[in-house]
Design a protein around this ligand. Structure first.
Ligand code: ADP
Length: 500
C-alpha cells in the first residue's frame, strides 16, 4: 500500500511530545513490511543541521491562500526505508518556535494542509491513504472531500485521522479560516465545519475523515463521554463505528537499557546492577544526596494540568515527608515551574527540577529512577510509562486512557500487576498509592524486583499496532462491506463545491 503520513512533528527531526515519537517510529515499521510509506512535516527551523544538510529538493510551487500566494518548497531525505518530506516556507516555519505564539496558526497550518494536497500530483507518488495526525493536519480530510475529490487524481484517496490529544483542536475564527482556505458560507453549519461558533481543525477532520483512530482503546471509549470529550463527544458518538483505539508502541531499540549509549551503565533483566550505577550517576548529576536506598521518583513530561501535576502540588509536602527523592524534567505552565523551583529550594538535595527539553537527561531519569509517577487527569496513550517500564522503573499511574491499558496495579492476592495505580482524580488517593509503592520498595525487594522484570519484559513494540493500522487501511477499500453490528448511519457529507 502507499501511505502518506502528515503531521507537525516526527522524531528525530523535531519533537515536542509523544506525537513525534509515534510519527517517527510507525512509518519505518510499516515500510519494513513492504509498504511505500512517506511522511511530510513542516520544515521548522528547529530541525537540526545534521538532518537538513543532505536533503534533495523535490519541487516547489506557489500555494494560493485567499489573496496570498506563498512559496512552498518540498525537500526530502531517505531514512529507515521511509521517504521523509519537509515543507519549506521560511515565513511560516522559519520561526524560533514550533507552535502557538504568532497568532496565525490557522494560516500556518492552513498553508500546510493545502500545500500537502497540492504537492501530491508533483510527486512520483499517489497515496492510497493519507494518514493525518492531530489538528495541524485536520483540514486535509475536509479539503480533500470538499474541494479536491472531484479531480481524477484525488478521487480514490482515502483519509485516516488519528487523535493524539483531543484537548488541542485548532480553534479559530470562521472568517479568518475562510480568508485563508476559501470554504464557502454553506459549509459552516454544525454538521460540517462550524463548531460552537468557531472553525475547528480537529472537528473538520472528525467529520470528513473516512476513518478515525486514537491512540489507546480506553481513550477511544472515554472521548465519547462528556468528561473526556472536550465538547466533541457527541460527534465522536455519532461516528463510533468509524472510531478505533490502537495502542501506541515505543521504539524498542532507542529505549533499550541493555544497549542505550546515553545511560551510565547498561543493564538487563538478569542483572540489574547497572541500574544502581545509573541511579548514583543521576543523583550526582542533579546535585541530589547520594543515597542508594532512598527511592527516586521520576517525572518526565509536559508541565501541564493534563499530567496531574495539580495533585502533586496539593500533597507535595506529604510526599516529601517520606524518605524519597523527586526528579522532574519538563517544560510548560509557569505554575508548575514555580512549584518545582520552590520544592528544589525547600528540599535541598532531595528534589531536582530541570525545565528544558533534554533527550539525554530523559533517558538518564528513565534509567536512574526507581518509580515513575504519571497521575494524569487524562492520557490518550502515554509513552513515558512504557519507556519507564522498559528501564525497570516501576510506574505509578492514574487509571485513565493508555495508562489504564498498559499498567496493571499490583494485586497482593493474585500476584498480578506491573505497577501501581489509583482511579479517582484525588491527591490523597495518589499519595496513598505512593506510600504503598514505597512500602514495597523498602520492605519487599522480591516483589519489587518481580514488578521491575515484568515491566522490562513487556512487549511495547509497534509490531501488533502496525498490524492494526494495516487492517484499518485495508478496510477502507473493502467495498461497502456492511458492519453487522453497526446501524446504517448516514455517510459523511460529501459536498462537491469549490469556493477558492
Ligand atoms: P505527551 O505526548 O502528552 O507529551 P507522552 O508520554 O505520550 O506525552 O510522550 C512524551 C514524550 O516526550 C516521551 O518520549 C518523553 O520522554 C518526552 N518528553 C517530554 N518532555 C520532555 C523533556 N522536557 N525532555 C525530554 N523529553 C521529554
Amino acid at each position: 500500500m502507499k501511505i502518506l503520513f502528515v503531521a507537525s512533528e516526527a522524531f528525530p527531526f523535531v519533537k515536542t511530545g509523544g506525537l513525534a515519537d509515534v510519527v517517527g517510529a510507525l512509518p519505518p515499521v510499516l515500510a519494513g513490511e513492504g509498504h511505500d510509506v512517506r511522511v511530510i512535516i513542516p520544515d521548522f527551523s528547529a530541525i537540526p543541521y545534521e538532518y537538513t544538510a543532505k536533503r534533495t529538493h523535490v519541487c516547489d510551487f506557489e500555494v494560493q491562500l485567499g489573496w496570498r500566494r506563498q512559496y512552498c518548497g518540498i525537500e526530502k531525505t531517505e531514512r529507515d526505508g521511509v521517504t521523509w518530506y519537509f515543507m519549506d516556507n521560511k515565513y511560516y516555519f522559519g520561526r524560533p518556535y514550533i507552535y502557538g505564539m504568532g497568532g496565525d496558526e490557522y494560516e500556518r497550518f492552513g498553508f500546510f494542509c493545502r500545500g500537502v494536497l497540492n504537492m501530491l500530483p508533483l510527486l512520483d507518488f499517489q497515496p492510497d491513504v493519507i494518514h493525518c495526525h492531530d489538528w495541524q493536519s485536520g483540514m486535509i480530510p475536509a479539503l480533500l472531500k470538499i474541494q479536491y475529490a472531484h479531480l481524477p487524481f484525488y478521487t480514490g484517496i482515502k483519509t485516516v485521522f488519528t487523535i493524539h490529544n483531543l484537548q488541542y483542536q485548532g480553534i479559530f475564527g470562521i472568517r479568518e479560516v475562510q480568508d485563508v482556505l476559501g470554504l464557502g458560507d454553506s459549509l459552516w453549519t454544525d454538521d460540517k465545519l462550524e463548531c460552537f461558533g468557531c472553525a475547528n481543525f480537529m472537528k473538520a477532520a472528525l467529520v470528513y475523515a473516512d476513518l478515525i483512530s486514537t491512540v489507546s482503546p480506553s481513550y477511544a471509549e472515554e472521548i465519547q463521554t462528556a468528561y473526556y470529550g472536550e465538547r466533541l463527544d457527541g460527534l465522536l458518538r455519532a461516528r463510533k463505528h468509524d472510531l478505533h483505539g490502537v495502542l501506541n508502541g515505543i521504539d524498542m531499540k532507542a529505549y533499550d537499557p541493555s544497549a542505550d549509549p546515553i545511560i551510565e551503565k547498561n543493564y538487563n533483566k538478569d542483572d540489574l546492577s547497572g541500574k544502581s550505577a545509573c541511579k548514583e550517576a543521576l543523583q550526582k548529576e542533579l546535585g541530589l544526596d547520594i543515597s542508594p536506598d532512598t527511592p527516586v521518583i521520576g517525572m518526565v513530561g509536559r508541565l501541564s494540568n493534563q499530567k496531574g501535576l495539580d495533585l502533586v502540588d496539593y500533597v507535595i509536602s506529604d510526599i516529601m515527608r517520606q524518605d524519597i527523592q523527586l526528579v522532574v524534567l519538563g517544560m510548560g505552565e509557569g505554575r508548575y515551574f514555580n512549584l518545582f523551583s520552590w520544592a528544589e529550594g525547600e528540599y535541598k538535595g532531595r528534589v531536582a527540577a530541570r525545565f528544558t527539553m533534554d533527550h539525554n537527561l530523559a533517558h538518564k531519569i528513565y534509567a536512574g529512577a526507581d518509580i515513575f509517577l504519571m497521575p494524569s487527569q487524562f492520557e490518550p496513550c502515554g509513552l513515558s510509562q512504557m519507556i519507564a517500564m522498559r528501564y525497570g522503573t516501576v510506574p505509578i499511574i492514574r487509571e485513565t486512557g493508555g495508562l489504564r491499558d498498559t499498567v496493571l496495579s499490583y494485586n497482593e492476592f493474585s500476584g498480578e500487576g506491573n505497577g501501581f495505580s489509583f482511579f479517582n482524580y484525588n491527591a490523597h488517593d495518589m499519595l496513598h498509592v505512593i506510600e504503598r509503592a514505597i512500602g514495597y520498595y523498602k520492605n519487599r525487594k522480591d516483589i519489587w524486583q518481580t514488578l521491575q522484570i515484568r515491566g522490562m519484559t513487556g512487549d511495547y513494540s509497534w509490531t501488533h499496532s502496525a498490524g492494526e493500522y494495516m487492517k484499518l487501511y485495508r478496510s477502507l477499500f473493502e467495498q461497502n462491506k456492511p458492519d453487522e453490528k453497526a446501524p446504517q448511519l448516514e455517510k459523511n457529507p460529501v459536498v462537491v463545491e469549490f469556493n477558492d
